[in-house]
Design a binder for this molecule. Structure first.
Ligand code: FES
Ligand code: FES
Length: 163
C-alpha cells in the first residue's frame, strides 16, 4: 500500500505517494525526473547513485523512499547555483576527470560530502572517503586530482616500491 511522504529535494518540498519497496533512487528518477544519480550495482557497492541525505552521503539504491520522510535530499541537480556550476563540477571539467561520466554525479556528491565534513582532508582520507565510488573507465587518478584541488591537499609522492 502506498504511503504519503513529505521530502525536501534540492531545497524544494514535495509531497509524494510511494510504494514501500521503492528506493530513494526510484523517488528521484521516477517521481521527480531527476536522473543525475545513476543505477549501477543496485547493492551499495559502486557509488553511482550517491546523493546527500541530511548532508551525509548515501547510496540511494539502498535507502527506502519511505525512510526519507521529513528529510532533506541534495542530488547533483541541486548543486549548481542557477547557471553557475559548483566548483567541484568546474574542477571535473578542468581535470577531464571522466570518460563516459556514468560515475561522475556520484563522485561529485561524494567529494561534496568530503568537503563539507573533512575540509582539510589529507590524501589518505580522500582515498578512504572515495573508496565506495568506482569508476569503470579508470579515471581515478584524475578524480583524485579533483578532490585534492578542491580541498587544497598536496599530492603525496608515490610510495616507494620495495626491491
Ligand atoms: S547503484 Fe547504488 S551503490 Fe551502485
Ligand atoms: S567516467 Fe565512466 S565510469 Fe567513471
Amino acid at each position: 500500500m502506498k504511503r504519503a511522504i513529505r521530502v525536501t529535494v534540492n531545497r524544494t518540498e514535495h509531497v509524494l505517494s510511494v510504494e514501500p519497496c521503492e528506493t530513494l533512487l526510484d523517488l528521484l528518477r521516477n517521481h521527480l525526473n531527476l536522473t543525475g544519480a545513476k543505477l549501477g550495482c543496485d547493492q551499495q557497492v559502486c557509488g553511482a547513485c550517491t546523493v546527500l541525505l541530511d548532508g551525509l552521503p548515501v547510496s540511494s539504491c539502498t535507502v527506502l523512499a519511505v525512510d526519507v520522510d521529513a528529510r532533506q535530499v541534495l542530488s547533483i541537480e541541486g548543486l549548481a547555483e542557477g547557471q553557475e556550476l559548483h566548483p567541484i563540477q568546474h574542477a571535473f571539467l578542468r581535470h577531464s576527470a571522466f570518460q563516459c561520466a556514468y560515475c561522475t554525479p556520484g563522485m561529485i556528491m561524494a567529494i561534496k560530502a568530503l568537503q563539507d565534513q573533512v575540509p582539510r582532508a589529507n590524501d589518505d582520507q580522500i582515498r578512504h572517503f572515495l573508496a565506495g565510488n568506482i569508476c569503470r573507465c579508470g579515471c581515478h587518478v584524475e578524480i583524485l586530482e579533483v578532490a585534492r584541488a578542491i580541498l587544497g591537499t598536496p599530492s603525496t609522492p608515490p610510495r616507494e616500491v620495495l626491491p
